[in-house]
Design a protein around this ligand. Sequence first.
Ligand SMILES: NC(=O)c1ccc[n+]([C@@H]2O[C@H](COP(=O)([O-])OP(=O)(O)OC[C@H]3O[C@@H](n4cnc5c(N)ncnc54)[C@H](OP(=O)(O)O)[C@@H]3O)[C@@H](O)[C@H]2O)c1
Length: 244
Amino acid sequence: MLEGKCVLVTGASSGIGRATAILASQLGASVILTARREDELEKTRQLMANSASHRIVVGDLTDFGFVRQLVEESGKVDGLVYSAGASFIAPVGLISEPRFESLMRVNCHAFIELMNQYANRCFRKDKFSAVAVSSVAASAGWAGGAAYCATKGALSAAVRAMAVELAQKGVRVNAVCPSTVDTPLVEPARKMDPDAFAAKIKADQPLGLAKPEQIAAAICFLLSDAASFITGVELPVDGGYLAK
Ligand SMILES: NC(=O)c1ccc[n+]([C@@H]2O[C@H](COP(=O)([O-])OP(=O)(O)OC[C@H]3O[C@@H](n4cnc5c(N)ncnc54)[C@H](OP(=O)(O)O)[C@@H]3O)[C@@H](O)[C@H]2O)c1
């Protein structure tokens, strides 16, 4: 499904990004893995098919000097998966300016900066596919979610606009919107109150808690030529969360 393609996967040291890198390798892609933790990226690479054929580039995406270096080092790629991200749950009265700015930078602005760099250097004339990992938080709200929901709403809006603008260059831009997925991102909430966490999943997600592999499958579909007429969508991969 991804044979012959080279794909950059951000957030590849953990969770959804790791599962995507593994699946993409199994589907025939060569993958450039990036995140801040080199040891975890190496762990991902060891779990991939043809592990020797994938590259690791370590760095912090909130540093836009690194983003430029990453795009230079990655060369021409056929796809980008933006799975880097962070969570921040706090009441509105506790959203400090630096905290919000750093959340917005990693959850949204760095994706726009990556696309900016690719647009100026090396979009291939055809078949570039970008997939951003947004969230149901782009369209649903919850107490304590103002900052996180704002970053995901902005990310989804950027995806729509880029899809329209870049279609004529053969570039597709889509988002997947998961509900709660079993990754380290949700560990603090689960640890704080395991019963409340389980009850919330039961109430909110008819298909239960998602596995990262289930999100990766949707991402790899959108990356692939099987989705060649799909652009600008925000695909819920949410076990029925938004259907309720
Ligand atoms: N898990 C969920 O329930 C859920 C639901 C909806 C949407 N999402 C979204 O899915 C995406 C992936 O989340 P996940 O659940 O897979 O979380 P995760 O397991 O915590 O992974 C987050 C990834 O982002 C990377 N990252 C964080 N800050 C970075 C930075 N400044 N520079 C470079 N890389 C950075 C981390 O790598 P390093 O720490 O090594 O840098 C890690 O690989 C996020 O955007 C999240 O908002 C998750």
